[in-house]
Design a protein. Structure first.
Length: 292
């Protein structure tokens, strides 16, 4: 009997922050995810968190170890971008209003403990279903030359538009995806390549671990499909429609009663904790990566 990956997303609460652009710190949505994931692990509801940021650049832990990363971050920040190292897997990703981010926050079960790839399959199934109206064929598998490459790159016609990463806590986990909906994929790859050229300067290429980003590897849904001009909102609405189709009245009543949204002050405090824990190393120390 074949299991539908979407079955695991039943009765999730929706938290749509795609138009909430008041928090300049890119760590804010990651801090919110971290708090909500802890609550989910303590019996809180599963949540689908949708968000955007006007101008940011998020590093993976590997990127933070490049020899000239501080100089590269200063270059990005001079362009008005908020920068940070995230606590999920993967490599560097540029974010802007044309990128819709999805966080699926779910409790661990015996099955997810054994088969963590199923978590990625859930995100893949959600995005594929959300794009069904475009008739585009969404494939998974690493795209050579893309930024933040991985086995669960999502692509159309051989060009990446989405990457997926994961954060696992003791009793719950987060699957995060960035979906490039609007604008130029080429411009985003050029920005990312510029970051790596600066961050890796002076190092031995054979010893450094970073992707060799190519301009033709990546595109937006606007470039790849017939999704239309207002692609970010169209895609966000499509994701919400899929999640809502999996909700029941009884399930939503139970989920809502178990939800406790953190205060803005609590999220800012968590953002400071994440900044201290995953910030750029100043010496030979390794970034601290242990769930509390």
């Amino acid at each position: 009997m074949t299991t539908n990956p979407l079955d695991g997303l039943r009765n999730m609460l929706l938290l749509d922050r795609t138009n909430d652009l008041n928090e300049p710190d890119i760590l804010y949505p990651f801090a919110l995810d971290e708090i909500l994931c802890r609550q989910t692990g303590r019996g809180g509801p599963a949540i689908c968190h949708l968000w955007r940021h006007p101008s940011a650049f998020v590093l993976g832990l590997r990127d933070s170890r490049l020899p000239q990363v501080a100089e590269a971050l200063a270059w990005l920040e001079a362009q008005g971008r908020s920068t940070a190292v995230r606590n999920t897997g993967g490599a560097a990703v540029p974010l802007d209003l044309g990128v819709v981010n999805i966080s699926l926050i779910l409790p661990k079960t015996a099955q997810t403990q054994r088969h963590f790839h199923n978590d990625f399959e859930q995100m893949y199934a959600l995005i594929r279903e959300a794009l069904q109206a475009t008739s585009a064929w969404v494939e998974k598998g690493e795209i050579h030359g893309a930024f933040c490459p991985g086995d669960f790159d999502l692509s159309i016609a051989g060009r990446k538009f989405c990457g997926i990463a994961q954060r696992r806590q003791s009793h719950a986990y987060i699957v995060q995806a960035f979906v490039i909906t609007e604008g130029s994929g080429r411009e985003r790859t050029q920005l990312t390549r510029g970051f790596y050229d600066l961050a890796a300067a002076g190092g031995d290429p054979a010893q450094l671990d970073y992707p060799l980003v190519q301009a033709s590897s990546t595109a937006s849904l606007q470039e790849l499909t017939n999704i239309g001009h207002d692609a970010s909102h169209v895609f966000t609405d499509a994701v919400k429609q899929v999640i809502r189709s999996l909700q029941t009245k009884e399930g939503m009543q139970m989920a809502s009663s178990a939800l406790s949204l953190p205060s803005i002050e609590d999220v800012h405090a968590m953002a400071r904790t994440l900044s201290e824990r995953y910030g750029i190393p100043t010496g030979t120390e390794e970034p601290y990566d242990k769930d509390r």
